[in-house]
Design a protein around this ligand. Structure first.
Ligand code: COA
Length: 291
C-alpha cells in the first residue's frame, strides 16, 4: 500500500548564502522553458545567474524571498523597492517543483510586501511565450500593458544629427529625474544614481538640454527620452546592448522600423504587466527586464 507523503512549503527572506542554489535554479528554470520554445536562454550560465542573485540578495533596495519544500530550496523571487513603483523578478521555481503552487506563493509574498510598503504600483516583464507565467500573473491581477520586442545587434548608424550622447554624471540626475516625471509620472532616481556611479548611465543632449537618458542600454537598464530621435541617438551610440538586448515597446512602430532598418534583430517577444498606478508614458522609453 503506498505511503501518503505530506510536503510543507515555507517561505523566508533570501540571504547572500542562498545565491548559489537560487542561481542554479534560476538558470535551470529559464534554460528549461526557453529550450521548450526554441529560444536562447536569457542567462549564459548558472555561475552568471548566481552572481546576479548575489547582487540582488545583498544590495539595499531589493527584497529577496526563498521557497523551501520540506527544507529544500525550490525557488526564489525578488522585489525591487527603489522607486514608488515596485518591480518583480526574477521569479524562478526548480523545474522539478513547477506547476504545484510554489510560484503563486512566491508572487503573493512580494505583492504583500509591496502593498505593506505602500508601493503605488507593481510591474514586471513576462516572457510572452510562457503560457504559465502569463496565466499566473493575470490571475493575480496583473494587467497587460505593453508588448515588447527584445532587440539585439550593432546599429549601422553611429550618431544622430543634433544629438550629443555622453556618460551621465551626478550633476545630471535632477534633469533626468524631472524628465522621468514628465514621461512616466515618477522617477527612478536611486537606480539612476547607482548606474551613474557604476559608469553605465548615458544622457543625450539636444539644443543644449538633456532630452533623454539610459541607466544602461540593455536587458537590465531602463531608458527614458522625450522623442524617438533622442532614443535613436542613444541606441546608435553603442556597439551592442547588454544581455539579451533592449526591450522596445512594439507599439512604437516608428522605432521598431528604425531598429530593423539598422540591421538589428528581434530575439524574443515579452510583455510588460502591472498592478496599480500606471500612466501611459508620454515619450520614448525602454523598460528594464524588471519594469
Ligand atoms: C513561472 C513560474 C515561476 C511559475 O511557478 P510555478 O510554481 O510553476 O507556478 P504555480 O504552480 O504556482 O502557478 C501556475 C498557475 O498557472 C496555471 N497554468 C499553468 N499553465 C496554464 C495554461 N496554459 N493556461 C492557464 N493556466 C495555466 C496553473 O494552473 C496555476 O494556476 P493556479 O495557481 O490557479 O492553480 C515557473 O514556472 C518558472 O520558474 N518558470 C520558468 C522561469 C520563468 O519563466 N520565470 C518567470 C519569468 S517572467
Amino acid at each position: 500500500m503506498p505511503v501518503a507523503t505530506k510536503t510543507a512549503l515555507t517561505l523566508r527572506p533570501a540571504t547572500p548564502a542562498d545565491a548559489a542554489v537560487c542561481g542554479q535554479i534560476c538558470y535551470d528554470a529559464f534554460a528549461h522553458i526557453s529550450a521548450q520554445h526554441n529560444f536562447p536562454c536569457d542567462l549564459p550560465s548558472a555561475e552568471v545567474a548566481a552572481g546576479f542573485m548575489t547582487m540582488l540578495f545583498s544590495t539595499p533596495g531589493f527584497y529577496g524571498v526563498v521557497a523551501e519544500l520540506d527544507g529544500r530550496v525550490v525557488g526564489s523571487n525578488v522585489l525591487e523597492e527603489r522607486a514608488i513603483i515596485a518591480g518583480i523578478g526574477p521569479i524562478t521555481v526548480d523545474p522539478t517543483a513547477q506547476n504545484a503552487g510554489v510560484g503563486r506563493r512566491l508572487m503573493l509574498d512580494v505583492i504583500d510586501r509591496a502593498r505593506s510598503r505602500n508601493a503605488a504600483g507593481i510591474r514586471l516583464v513576462q516572457a510572452a511565450f510562457h503560457n504559465r507565467s502569463l496565466s499566473l500573473y493575470a490571475s493575480l491581477g496583473f494587467d497587460v500593458r505593453e508588448p515588447l520586442s527584445c532587440i539585439q545587434g550593432t546599429p549601422r548608424q553611429r550618431s544622430v544629427a543634433g544629438c550629443a550622447v555622453r556618460l551621465a554624471t551626478p550633476a545630471d540626475l535632477d534633469a533626468c529625474n524631472a524628465l522621468s516625471h514628465r514621461v512616466h509620472g515618477f522617477d527612478r532616481g536611486a537606480d539612476l544614481a547607482h548606474s551613474t556611479q557604476r559608469g553605465t548611465a548615458l544622457v543625450v543632449e539636444r539644443a543644449g538640454r538633456i532630452t533623454g537618458y539610459s541607466s544602461h542600454l540593455g536587458f537590465f537598464g531602463h531608458t527614458t527620452c522625450e522623442s524617438n530621435q533622442d532614443l535613436q541617438a542613444l541606441l546608435a551610440s553603442v556597439d551592442s546592448y547588454g544581455g539579451p538586448g533592449i526591450l522596445l515597446p512594439s507599439r512604437n512602430t516608428e522605432m521598431l522600423r528604425w531598429c530593423l532598418a539598422q540591421g538589428l534583430r528581434v530575439t524574443q517577444p515579452m510583455t510588460l504587466m502591472s498592478i496599480g498606478l500606471y500612466n501611459e508614458p508620454r515619450g520614448a522609453w525602454l523598460p528594464s527586464i524588471t519594469f
